[in-house]
Design a protein around this ligand. Structure first.
Ligand code: HXC
Ligand code: NAP
Length: 312
């Protein structure tokens, strides 16, 4: 592993009584890995939504450790961008066009992957949907859409993966990507927060149901990881906060590789006895951080919306 830019906490002796607030140190550089080379050689890893953002960053870390990558999502342009990036990391790549809301499309995507790269040994349920909207403005279809993609789609992919492994008598590992508002609630994101709470709960159930068959199920929660593929809705929401680093207890946002490293660990042979767990990688951003409560500002006001009206 390459040495980090700053000394590890364990070796940094305090030189002054009161340390300046510099935040959590930067991680090792892109390309470094805590796991041995070839940890995933001979393993196919399926990442839903693996052509963009955190899904692609996660797929890249598996590729660096020797995995064959399969990525599945709706848009061919995302899949092709992912293929190009992953092949540049040396991986063999299979793509499958798939809307995870449709169980038949999920089964067809698994067929495509299995025919050319074998049954995936690892499934990263990363695909999700989200946009900010005050709950009172949310249409029934907006609610259904986000819950359908984030909660139902995650279950359909996990179910397909498990049924194939149970039939084959082979072990596997599932990592479900979550969000910390599964615990706290998510003002402005009622649909996504409820769906992610379901995803976290599903981890705990499926880990028990499928553990006896050798299938490990864990959750992985990213904190704030800005990236260029973010949708206009999510980017617009982030732009409401000018000082993104200063708003984190770590005094910095996450580096994409930090989530990828956590995913590779959870799915690796070194974490075989970790199951039913949801790991949060967010620099403690989801904890309460104030001595006193900050003033309440409604979601409408935060979004610059007019007072609610029943008129359309
Ligand atoms: C209010 C909205 C809306 C918005 C869509 N809708 N965007 N309502 N505010 N900004 C409503 C539509 O009007 C429609 O309802 C319903 O939602 C479905 O919209 P469609 O465009 O028909 O859906 P679809 O084409 O299936 O696209 C799904 C999508 C889209 C979720 C709307 O954004 C998408 O494809 N997202 C995928 C990527 C994504 O969301 N990434 C974010 C993950 S980040 P009506 O009633 O009009 O029919 C993440 C971060 C968590 O999760 C932490 C953040 C802090
Ligand atoms: P993103 O770039 O928008 O990724 C979402 C991916 O999901 C896209 O590749 C998209 O591909 C795919 N997808 C969406 N709907 C789909 C559907 N119906 N069927 C198949 N694929 C679909 O967002 P991201 O920031 O990388 O988020 C990745 C994960 O991290 C999500 O689970 C998200 O909730 C979680 N998360 C992210 C952050 C953050 O700060 N970035 C914070 C907390 C949690 P197509 O458009 O091609 O279908």
């Amino acid at each position: 592993m390459t040495a980090p830019d700053r000394p590890a906490l364990a070796t940094a002796a305090p030189t002054t009584p009161a340390a300046a607030a510099a935040g959590l140190p930067e991680p090792p550089p892109l390309g470094a890995s805590a796991l041995p080379d070839g940890t995933f050689a001979g393993t196919t890893v399926l990442v839903t939504g693996g052509g963009t953002g955190l899904g692609l960053a996660t797929a890249t870390e598996f590729a660096r450790l020797g995995a064959t990558l399969a990525i599945a999502s709706r848009k061919p342009e995302h899949l092709e961008a992912g293929r190009t990036a992953l092949e540049a990391s040396g991986a063999t790549v299979v793509t499958a066009t798939c809307d995870i809301r449709d169980p038949d499309q999920v089964a067809a995507a698994f067929d495509t992957v299995e025919q050319s790269a074998g049954l995936p040994g690892v499934l990263v349920n990363n695909a999700a949907a989200n946009f900010p909207v005050p709950a009172e403005d949310m249409s029934p279809n907006a609610w259904r859409t986000v819950v359908d993609i984030t909660l139902n789609g995650t279950f359909f992919c996990a179910r397909e993966f498990a049924r194939r492994h149970l039939a084959a008598g082979t072990p596997g590992s599932i990592v479900n990507i979550g969000a910390s508002y599964a615990w706290t609630g998510g003002p402005g994101f009622a649909h996504s927060a409820a769906a992610k709470a379901g995803v976290k709960n599903m981890v705990e159930t499926l880990a028990v149901e499928w553990g006896p068959y050798g299938i490990q199920v864990n959750g992985l929660v990213p904190g704030l990881f800005p990236h260029e593929d973010m949708t206009a809705d999510i980017r617009g929401n982030l732009d409401r906060t000018h000082e993104k680093d200063a708003c984190q207890p770590a005094l910095r946002v996450g580096r994409l590789r930090e989530l990828g490293w956590a995913a590779t660990f959870l799915a690796s042979p070194y974490a075989r006895f970790v199951s039913g767990h949801t790991l949060v990688v967010d620099g403690a951003n989801w904890q309460r951080r104030s001595l006193t409560n900050p003033p309440v500002v409604t979601v409408r006001d935060q979004m610059g919306k007019e007072p609610f009206s029943l008129e359309p």
